[in-house]
Design a protein around this ligand. Structure first.
Ligand code: PGA
Length: 253
């Protein structure tokens, strides 16, 4: 039995006051939710503030939105996985499509970041997913397989033993057009099958999140699919009530 995970990806949004208010709203309202793991991923400057606040309630975990492919050293501007762990993060989003497309992260760099996160005792949340062009060309599985294979190559067949995968079709991110539950389920099943070819046990325990225009209104149906184990939430994680609504849908779904 996989416990669902709902994770908020705040991206490059917020100021100290927004962080404080959002956390307050989320922490109060998730108090009665059982059977769902919840995490938020603020921008780097607010990680310490968030982990301090969250330590008080112990229900919501914190994640980094990215980590460096390097360990500590002379890498100006980078933040290592060890640092994220040191300030109290438990998760790290790895290979988000915005990092892949806007910041040129290749599958190999993403795999190195994944390895760094694991080595630092963080749970990596590997984002995979196809662009609209890939999808139109019928290449969804090919793209997802390539993205997963790079991680297997770097980390070996046990790569996903302690990890999370987020299927995020690029065309669904921030577009208001989520994948249909059936469409997403198909890709989630494919991801689990790919992982099962290396390790049946890892595949059975692997949480595969869906991301891309998840709202409180469509969350329950998405999370109700056999291989959808929660969500990675962008826009809707910036409003306390919306995010809590999605967490609630995961409990019931
Ligand atoms: P969205 O973003 O929920 O705003 O579509 C999801 C993501 O990028 O992780």
């Amino acid at each position: 039995m996989r416990q669902p995970l709902v994770m908020g990806n705040w991206k490059m949004n917020g100021r100290r006051s927004m962080v404080e208010n959002l956390l307050k709203a989320v922490m109060i309202d998730v108090g009665d939710l059982a059977g769902v793991d919840i995490a938020v991923c603020p921008p780097y400057p607010y990680l310490g503030l968030v982990t301090d606040r969250l330590a008080v309630n112990g229900i919501v975990a914190c994640g980094a939105q990215d980590v460096s492919a390097y360990t500590d050293g002379a890498y100006t501007g980078e933040v290592s996985a060890e640092m994220a762990r040191d300030v109290g993060c438990r998760f790290a989003i790895i290979g988000h499509s915005e990092r892949r497309t806007l910041f040129g992260e290749t599958d190999e760099v993403v795999a190195q970041k994944f390895a760094r996160a694991v080595a630092a005792d963080l749970t990596p949340v590997l984002c995979v997913g196809e662009t609209a062009a890939d999808r139109d060309a019928g290449r969804t599985q090919e793209v997802v397989l390539r993205q997963l294979s790079a991680v297997f190559k770097e980390c070996g067949s046990g790569a996903f033993t302690r990890a999370v995968v987020a299927y995020e079709p690029v065309w669904a991110i921030g577009s208001g057009r989520a994948a249909s539950p059936e469409e997403a389920q198909k890709v989630h099943r494919f991801i689990r099958d790919v992982v099962a070819q290396k390790s049946a046990q890892a595949a059975a325990h692997l949480r595969i999140l869906y991301g891309g225009s998840v709202k409180a209104q469509n969350a329950r149906e998405l999370f109700g699919q056999d291989d959808i184990d929660g969500g990675l939430i962008g826009g809707a994680s910036l409003a306390g009530a919306d995010f809590v609504g999605i967490c609630r849908a995961a409990c019931i779904g």
